[in-house]
Design a protein around this ligand. Structure first.
Ligand code: DCP
Length: 681
């Protein structure tokens, strides 16, 4: 049987930091008299005292659980303090928690690459900081060690039942330790110091896992809570993983995990170790097989993404039981609320972070009274996102109608009886930064595309979001209900689509059917990058970036035992839009080259092209290359310009004026940076 050990090349130091009973801590900071008291935060809906969504450790000792409602919690713990989630627009308003999470992130990001994984979870890559410490102040030579570091749990020691401070000190200062364990020891110092800084500056405690990769760090962070840290030593990996239920592993909580259980009889990670890589490849395809073989041994090359901001925004609400929405008017009313909130957050993201979102997605949960097939799901729908609450709302309503038509099969009108909506959410994804991004304006031109090609969104324009078979997105979390998963398909031409998770996952994550509000900062916990919708005919093609990482969740295996994903047809609009989208969504040289070629071909058409030149672009080898691009100026909707950041409006207007003017943009022009060339080298 293979020995479980990190890949020999993997000497990274990765921490996963998770806040302790986060919403409770936020409320306790707001109301300090609650500190130390058994406290729980309850949902907006007050039925049976409201659903508990966060429980303090004092209350947990008394037997209070998150699955309880307020009334039940009071029975178990009569002195419990119940605090209601703030409310806005008739639903939960999570902004104070979100902002509190941002405070923490800004502190944690001081020591290394930082990825905000959810409202209260962060991954840190501390490899450089640990290497530096090992060189400059090796742990073995330290005379005194901070108490917080000595309070660490070292898994190897814990398994010997020998976890006191003296043993920890010895472990940290072993002169004969493997280089990677020495780095882990440095990581323990760095994380302890960061956690103390978080406490000093925010008054919040957090717990952490310190390991050689994200997967192990995440598994460890929850092992000793609250306010403690756990180190996954080199020797402890096998013992940590072997007894773990297979479904507890990241990305195995869903269909792939079930297949492992049913088809291969694998119930624990230890069971998985008994299968050879070849056998797993035979069953699940080359990539998935290798991935499974590796994770069973604690190997995961998934990188910590440098991302302090959420990858998408979402707003949703559940309408359980008798509160189900049964008319289009009722749905529209709620979509208005949800879209207004989403729009506010998008505006704020644009203003504060100079980021724009490209894709709007609507999820719903529905039932039909006549539906005997209870598994039929309301299809999630996406379209290019247009800024402005009114436009988002209009598009969301159209997306809903398209989804409903498809769901009902023969939908005939808004008063159609026999359907009910028990959950609605809207989300904005594919968010990119304007200043350094290469595709900032793309989204604006998506808008134009909508307006231009059809005054109403037609059914054809909607994209059915596939429910991906395998990645389970099992790390359900109200702040991370939605995950995007981008599978790499071994250089396959057609990008695959799958979007943020279905509404079901939102709802399940809430574990609170009746309480029903969620307003998520949607984070992406899987190894994938961004999602691109797979367009149907006449849709502009969005190509997904293929991020190189040692291990990704592969798709070939998924096909081998499940649904195949839709392939994108090489059809499309011949315009600036296509070029920009190719540019923004593709990282493959071939894609960019194709797009550029197409654009050049277009420029020789009847319509007068707008030619832009620029010299310095990110990605060019020497930072100075001359490129020419051609766009059809008459395809650019003037109204779109009004939505651009003010400093760009004038410049864009200039190039939208009649093409009597020179069709060039001067070197160094700010707008030019929005339109980098294809990477041809
Ligand atoms: N949350 C929620 N609904 C849930 C679960 C969680 O709204 N079903 C919110 C409240 C939590 C926050 O998300 O405070 C973070 O969730 P965690 O799962 O990390 O749990 P806590 O931070 O509350 O506790 P722990 O210390 O166990 O991590």
């Amino acid at each position: 049987m293979p020995v479980a050990r990190p890949e020999s090349s993997d000497s990274r130091i990765i921490a996963h930091v998770d806040m302790d009973c986060f919403y409770v801590q936020v409320e306790q900071r707001k109301q300090p008299h609650l500190r130390g008291l058994p406290t729980a935060v309850v949902q907006y809906n007050s039925w049976k005292g409201g659903g508990l969504i966060a429980v303090s450790y004092e209350a947990r000792k008394d037997g209070v659980k998150r699955s309880m409602r307020g009334d039940e919690a009071k029975k178990v713990c009569p002195q419990i303090q119940l605090v209601q989630v703030p409310v806005a627009r008739g639903k939960a308003d999570l902004s104070i928690y979100r902002n509190a999470g941002s405070e923490v992130v800004s502190i944690l990001a001081r020591k290394g690459r930082c990825e905000r994984a959810s409202i209260d979870e962060v991954y840190l890559d501390l490899t450089d900081a640990a290497e530096t410490m090992l060189k400059e102040t090796p742990v073995e030579s330290l005379e005194s060690i901070d108490e917080e570091v000595l309070k660490s749990h070292v898994l190897e020691l814990s398994s010997n039942g020998n976890d006191d401070k003296e043993s920890v000190r010895e472990w940290l200062q072993r002169r004969d330790a493997d280089h990677r364990d020495k780095l882990l020891a440095c990581g323990a110092f760095i994380v302890a110091e960061l956690r103390l800084q978080v406490l000093r500056e925010t008054e919040f405690t957090c717990s952490a896992g310190i390991a050689h990769n994200k997967m192990l760090a995440k598994l460890a962070s929850g092992m000793n809570k609250p306010a403690q840290q756990t180190i996954v030593s080199f020797a402890s990996v096998k013992g940590l993983l072997e007894p773990l239920p297979i479904k507890k592993m990241k990305q195995l909580g869903g269909k792939l995990g079930s297949s492992l259980q049913i088809d291969l009889g694998v119930n624990t990670v230890g069971d998985l170790l008994q299968f050879s890589e070849e056998k797993l490849q035979d069953f699940y395809g080359v990539n998935t097989g290798t991935w499974l073989w590796n994770i069973a041994r604690g190997n995961s090359g998934e990188e910590v993404e440098g991302r302090l901001l959420p990858k998408s925004h979402g707003s949703g609400k559940t309408f359980p039981g008798p509160r189900a929405l049964k008319t289009l008017a009722a749905v529209e009313k709620w979509l208005k609320e949800l879209c207004e909130e989403l729009s506010e957050r998008l505006q704020s993201d644009l203003e504060k972070n100079k980021r724009v979102a490209h894709t709007l997605t609507l999820h719903a949960n529905a039932y039909k009274s006549t539906d005997t097939d209870s598994h039929k799901k309301f299809p999630s729908k996406s379209c290019p996102l247009r800024y402005g609450a009114g436009k988002i709302q209009e598009d969301a309503v159209n997306l809903f109608q398209a989804g409903l038509r498809e769901y009902l099969g023969a939908y005939t009108g808004s008063q159609c009886c026999g359907w009910g909506i028990t959950g609605l959410s809207v989300s904005a994804s594919k968010i990119v930064a304007i200043p350094s991004g290469t595709s900032s304006i793309t989204r604006y031109f998506h808008c134009r595309d909508q307006v231009h090609s059809s005054s109403e969104l037609s059914d054809e324009k909607f994209v059915l979001e596939d429910d991906p078979l395998s990645p389970s997105r099992s790390e359900s979390h109200p702040a991370s209900h939605q995950t995007e998963q981008q599978n790499e398909s071994g250089g396959e031409e057609a990008p695959v689509t799958h979007d943020i998770s279905s509404f079901d996952r939102y709802e399940n994550a809430c574990k609170d059917e009746a309480s029903g509000d969620f307003t998520g900062e949607i984070s992406h916990l899987s190894s994938g990058a961004e999602s691109c919708s797979t367009p149907k005919q006449n849709e502009l093609q969005l190509r997904s970036p293929v991020k190189e990482s040692k291990m990704k969740y592969p798709s070939d295996g998924i096909r081998s035992y499940g649904q195949k994903r839709k392939a994108t047809k090489e059809k499309g609009t011949s315009s600036i839009l296509r070029f920009l989208q190719s540019n923004s969504c593709s990282s493959s040289k071939q894609d960019n080259a194709n797009a550029l070629q197409e654009t050049k071909l277009l420029s020789s058409g009847v319509q007068e092209p707008l030619v832009m030149e620029s010299e310095s672009f990110p990605g060019s080898q020497n930072g100075r290359s001359t490129n020419t691009w051609s766009y059809k100026a008459n395809e650019i909707d003037q109204s779109v310009v009004e939505e651009l950041p003010p400093e760009l409006q004038e410049e864009v207007r200039t190039w939208l004026r009649p093409q009597k003017r020179a069709n060039t943009v001067k070197r160094g022009s700010s707008i030019a940076h929005y339109f980098p060339p294809s990477k041809n080298e």
